[in-house]
Design a protein around this ligand. Structure first.
Ligand SMILES: C[S@@+](CC[C@H](N)C(=O)[O-])C[C@H]1O[C@@H](n2cnc3c(N)ncnc32)[C@H](O)[C@@H]1O
Length: 279
C-alpha cells in the first residue's frame, strides 16, 4: 500500500522549503533501484524519511539541525525525557530562545539539551520556522498554538530507527563528492533562487546561498552526472535555472508556497525538478 506523508517516520522539524507536500510528485521520479541515497541539503528530510532507504548519507551545513539528527540517532530516550520538560508559554519560550545570545553559556550546553531546545523552538515558534540573524541567533517570535505537539515519542523512535542506517555529515553540499559513486541516488534541494528581491529566504544559517553558490552547485551536479549517479535537483522555475540546466531533463512541479515574505501571495507556483535522465 502507498505510504502517506503522515506515516512514521516523518520529519521531526517543520522546515522552510520542506518537501512533504510535494512527495506524490517527487516520488514519481525516484528510480526503483539505487545504491546509497545521498541528500546534501537534508533540512527536514521529507524525501529521506518517506523513502526510508537502506543506506544514506545526509548532509547539511546547519549545525543545530545536524545535532538534532545525531542526538535522535544516538540518544533518543534521553531526548524524549528532556522534551517532556518544555512548556508552551511565552516567557519560557523567550528564555529558551535567547540562550544563544550568550554564546559562552550556550556552548556549555550538552548536545541533548541543544537538540531538545531546537525541537522545542521549532514546535512552538511562529509558523514553525528555523531562521537566524546574521549573528546566528534564532530570531523567530513565539507562535500562537494552543496545544502544539512538542514530543511525538512514536515518531522520534521511528526516526531514530531510520537514522541508524545513515551517515550524518555537518558540512557544505560539495562534501557529497567525497561519498558519491555510480548508481547512488543524489537528491539536491538547495535554498532556491529568489523569484524577486523581496522573496529571498536564505536564513537557514548565517550564510546566504547566492548566484555563485548556485553555479558551484551546478558544477557538483555535472560531476555527479559524470560519475554515473542518479541525480535529482529541485529549484525555482526561473530563467537562470532553466538556462543553467538546459542540457538536462527538466520537469515542472506545482507547489503551494508555504513561506513567502508577502503572505497574501500564497498560491500555486511552478518549480523545477532537474534530472540527469538516468532511466
Ligand atoms: C530547501 S531546504 C531543504 C528542505 C528539505 N528537502 C526538506 O524536505 O525539509 C535547504 C537546506 O539547505 C541547507 N543549506 C544551505 N546552504 C547550504 C550549504 N552551502 N551546504 C549544505 N547545506 C546548506 C539549509 O540549512 C537547509 O536545511
Amino acid at each position: 500500500m502507498a505510504r502517506t506523508s503522515n506515516d512514521i517516520p516523518h520529519p521531526v522539524l517543520k522546515w522552510a522549503g520542506g518537501k512533504r507536500q510535494l512527495l506524490p510528485q517527487l516520488t514519481k521520479f525516484v528510480p526503483e533501484r539505487y545504491g546509497t541515497y545521498i541528500e546534501p541539503f537534508v533540512g527536514g528530510g521529507a524525501l529521506f524519511f518517506h523513502l526510508h532507504p537502506e543506506r544514506a548519507i545526509l548532509i547539511d551545513n546547519n549545525p543545530e539541525l545536524m545535532n538534532v539528527y545525531a542526538v535522535i540517532k544516538n540518544n533518543v530516550r534521553d531526548l524524549i525525557a528532556s522534551l517532556a520538560k518544555h512548556k508552551n508559554e511565552i516567557t519560557y519560550y523567550y528564555t529558551m530562545r535567547n540562550v544563544d545570545r550568550r554564546q559562552e553559556n550556550f556552548s556549555k550546553w550538552s548536545d541533548i539539551e541543544r537538540a531538545s531546545r531546537t525541537i522545542y523552538l521549532n514546535r512552538v515558534c511562529f509558523n514553525g520556522l528555523y531562521r537566524v540573524n546574521k549573528k546566528g541567533e534564532f530570531n523567530v517570535p513565539f507562535g500562537t498554538y494552543t496545544d502544539p505537539v512538542i514530543c511525538d515519542d512514536d515518531n522520534l523512535l521511528a526516526v531514530s530507527q531510520a537514522l541508524q542506517q545513515a551517515t550524518l555529515v555537518h558540512d557544505t553540499f560539495d562534501k557529497c563528492l567525497t561519498y558519491a559513486k555510480a548508481d547512488d541516488l543524489v537528491y539536491m534541494d538547495p535554498p532556491y533562487v529568489p523569484l524577486s528581491t523581496t522573496a529571498s529566504f536564505t536564513s537557514y544559517t548565517r550564510d546566504c546561498f547566492d548566484q555563485a553558490a548556485q553555479q558551484k552547485l551546478f558544477d557538483v551536479f555535472r560531476e555527479l552526472d559524470k560519475r554515473g549517479c542518479k541525480v535529482m535537483l529541485s529549484n525555482s522555475h526561473c530563467d537562470f535555472i532553466l538556462d543553467l540546466y538546459k542540457k538536462y531533463r527538466v520537469e515542472t512541479i506545482m507547489a503551494i508556497r508555504a513561506i513567502n515574505c508577502v503572505g497574501a501571495k500564497r498560491g500555486k507556483i511552478k518549480e523545477v525538478l532537474v534530472l540527469n535522465d538516468f532511466d
